[in-house]
Design a protein around this ligand. Structure first.
Ligand SMILES: Nc1ncnc2c1ncn2[C@@H]1O[C@H](COP(=O)(O)OP(=O)(O)OP(=O)(O)O)[C@@H](O)[C@H]1O
Length: 723
């Protein structure tokens, strides 16, 4: 079912393995400095994703009620777990003559309540809900009591995929057998390696228990992946450290098989079948630190805080209590709240990052009491009414981590970062601009930038097809006209493929419910953090247009708002403007429809197109509303036709002269908070020469922000879990 990968290189013993997918540079650590520490993986940019990059909502989406009804109709006993239903495996022969119902702990088949995907723990057979139904139908027809696991073990289906899977397994085994068990390293060398990876406080016994090895050719730590109940090796992760020219330590991570097929919960073999409590951490060193310090069963996620693939949920079903301690920064905190929803809020408790609660490995290095930190974790579920006492730590966390709270920064648009501060989960951004002004092109780069920064992104492009959109994005990614350098296509495409980027397969008019269901599905599967909808008009449905188009639009905007809040996902919604006079700048009130769009939005962005003779075609990006801290402003953009990218013109070339708060809006219904947005007068050099505008005393900045023009209202909060 997965597309075959064209060029996965064999494991090279070179210094720059092509399979690196997480890289981070640490400032100023010298090779022998004792201060060197392992880069928490959540600091790393995460590029890899499941190879399947289009999101198709199942034609007949399944609900947990459907699954239960179906199982009952087939006389399959089951019980309700946290994220899965548990049933006796149909792939194992049930003991003969077994009277009565099978014991609950022999229920080894787990069916995901959201997707119907199943996994048999005993045989390792997995498949879709449709596969399971097929098997049950065949069993019933043939009068069988169990199914031969080989029926589905041929999966993945194609020969090419099968061969690739086997080749990757051989590769993993080759690395594993040529790596040295940590306990076999001479003490001096073992110490040196530990220092190199910042795990000096981990005992050799802990490393041995987790079966960590050292691969000398690339100076990498090797973390094994053993199957759940099947003890054979299924893959490896290599963590390498190297010093770059400037003396900084660069850590890289690689997995065999590739990350889309790497579903290792590191530490799983050490978990007992009867264990009911587990600590879930973001990286291998953290798992060893918690285990060593507390003796608690601990497992690490394969891709850190970037995602919790549903394929792992069955392995976590046995635990009545899950403590999530994913790292020491706000991103880990946000991720722990999102993952807790998937795992079931009631059984989860979260370790809140803070000065005294860094990542587990850092806590161990600092000599902190890890058991106490785990014990002090807070329940993920909370009541709908809270007092300040319950909120005070959250408020403190926000005040103490202003940078991280502000969200992911744009690297290509520093001016946007200056105004909006960052891209935050759970917000709704409305984006508008004149017809054909480059809205899609701009938002494509805006989203690409975030995606390259590790934001799992889902595109809903209803206007232009995915091939054209991907072509624009790839050109922006490569920052050059690829038509002229087709020989570089594969190299760029290979890198582009690594981005956590997904596309909905819709085109043209769509029903809002189907779109929202698909978004929900993608959030569950891929932990999507940003959805781009281009554009709202494609959800309005022709038939409604004559009825009350504004009411329909308001309903849709409300639905996206709700989705953003409840899914902790940022939604960027492109909306066409109302027809404006050609020589006028757009305003918040120019957004098509009623004032609902700007009221519901946390951010309003407008791509302004200059139509005056002095500077025809020039674009500026205006932040007309910013709920986060009220800063609004505008900065010029220069378009590069070859690379389809936008950049801020060199300082001084374009000058922003005046930004004044907009007078009260005149959109139907008016605007909230009064002065949302700014009126802008932008003057080019020609005008300046003509002496029509006074020169400012100081050199003008390219970006100008105005404080206090936002509404200052807080974003609606999700209910039912820690804020
Ligand atoms: N700043 C710019 N200057 C000149 N051309 C541009 C600029 N930005 C985009 N373009 C080009 O203009 C064309 C239309 O761009 P795009 O589809 O992004 O506009 P749009 O605003 O999304 O259009 P629509 O209003 O139809 O949705 C594309 O060919 C694109 O390459």
């Amino acid at each position: 079912r997965h597309a075959p990968r064209r060029c996965l290189s064999t494991f090279p013993l070179s210094r720059h393995p092509p399979w690196n997918f997480q890289t981070e540079t640490l400032a100023a650590s010298k090779p022998h400095a004792t201060k060197r520490r392992l880069v928490p993986l959540h600091f790393c940019r995460t590029f890899k994703k499941d190879i399947k990059s289009t999101v198709d909502f199942p034609l007949s989406p399944v609900t947990v009620t459907d699954i239960k009804q179906y199982l009952r109709s087939k006389d399959i006993p089951f019980h309700d777990g946290y994220s899965c239903l548990h049933a006796p495996s149909i792939f194992c022969e049930q003991p003969p003559g077994g009277a009565g119902a099978p014991a609950r702990d022999s229920f080894s088949m787990f069916i995901d309540k959201t997707t119907g995907q199943f996994l048999c723990m005993d045989t390792g057979v997995e498949g879709s809900w449709e596969d399971l139904q097929d098997c049950l139908e065949v069993m019933q027809k043939e009068g069988q009591t169990s199914m031969n696991p080989n029926v589905l073990l041929g999966y993945p289906a194609s020969l090419e995929e099968q061969e690739e899977k086997e080749r990757e397994l051989r590769e993993a085994q080759r690395i594993w057998s040529s790596a040295v068990p940590f306990s076999d390293l001479p003490e001096e060398e073992a110490q040196l390696v530990k220092t190199m990876f910042g795990i000096g406080k981990l005992t050799n016994a802990a490393l041995r228990r987790f079966a960590v090895r050292f691969f000398k050719p690339t100076k990498s730590l090797v973390f094994p992946w053993f199957g759940g109940r099947d003890p054979s090796l299924r893959g490896v992760k290599l963590l390498s450290a190297a010093t770059d020219n400037s003396g900084r330590v660069v850590y890289t991570e690689a997995t065999v098989p590739r990350p889309s097929g790497y579903h290792n919960l590191f530490g799983l073999p050490l978990v007992g079948r009867k264990d009911t409590e587990v600590v879930l951490v973001g990286r291998e060193a953290d798992a060893m630190a918690v285990s060593q310090a507390t003796g608690l069963p601990t497992v690490a996620l394969p891709r850190g805080v970037s995602c919790l693939p549903p394929a792992l949920l069955p392995y976590l079903e046995q635990f009545r209590r899950v403590t999530l301690w994913l790292g020491g920064d706000m991103r880990s905190w946000e991720a722990s709240k999102v993952f807790a929803r998937k795992l079931g809020l009631k059984r989860c408790s979260l370790v809140r990052p803070g000065d005294h609660q860094p990542s587990p490995a850092d806590a161990l290095a600092q000599g902190r009491n890890l058991a106490r930190i785990v014990k002090a974790s807070i329940p993920a579920a909370h009541k709908s009414i809270v007092s300040f006492k319950q909120l005070r730590d959250d408020v403190f966390g926000e005040l103490a981590n202003t940078e991280q709270v502000a969200g992911v920064k744009w690297t290509r648009f520093p001016d946007l970062t200056k105004i909006l501060k960052g891209h935050r989960k759970g917000e709704l951004t409305v984006f508008t601009g004149p017809t054909g002004s480059g809205k899609t092109t701009f938002i494509s780069e805006y989203a690409l930038d975030l995606c390259m920064g590790g934001v799992n992104t889902l595109w809903g492009s209803f206007e232009i097809n995915n091939v054209r959109l991907a072509k624009i994005m790839l050109t922006q990614f490569a920052m050059q006209r690829l038509e002229d350098s087709l020989h570089e296509y594969d190299a760029w495409a290979d890198r582009f493929e690594e981005l956590p980027l997904y596309f909905m397969t819709f085109h043209g008019q769509q029903n809002i419910k189907v779109v929202l269901d698909t978004m929900q599905h993608a959030v569950y599967l891929y932990d999507i953090g940003h959805v781009v909808i281009d554009n709202l008009q494609f959800m309005m449905g022709q038939e409604h247009l004559s009825v009350d188009k504004f009411a329909v639009q308001d309903h849709i905007i409300g639905a996206f708002r709700k989705f953003a809040t409840h899914s902790s996902c940022h939604v960027t919604l492109i909306i066409h403007p109302r027809k404006e006079e050609d020589d006028k700048e757009l305003q918040t009130a120019s957004i098509f429809g009623t004032a609902k769009a700007s009221q519901e939005a946390d951010n309003v962005l407008i791509l302004q197109e200059k139509k005056l003779v002095t500077c025809p075609g020039r674009r500026s990006l205006q932040v007309a509303k910013n709920r986060f801290d009220g800063d609004v402003g505008i900065f010029p953009l220069e378009f590069n036709k070859a690379s389809l990218t936008f950049a801020t013109p060199l300082r001084g070339k374009h000058k922003l002269r005046k930004v004044k708060p907009e007078k009260s809006d005149s959109a139907e219904g008016g605007q909230e908070g009064g002065g949302v947005g700014v009126g802008v007068e932008e003057v080019g050099k020609d005008k300046e020469k003509e002496g029509k505008v006074e020169k400012p005393a100081k050199a003008p900045k390219a970006t100008k922000t105005v404080r206090g023009a936002g509404s200052g209202k807080s974003s609606p909060k999700g209910e039912g879990m820690v804020p």
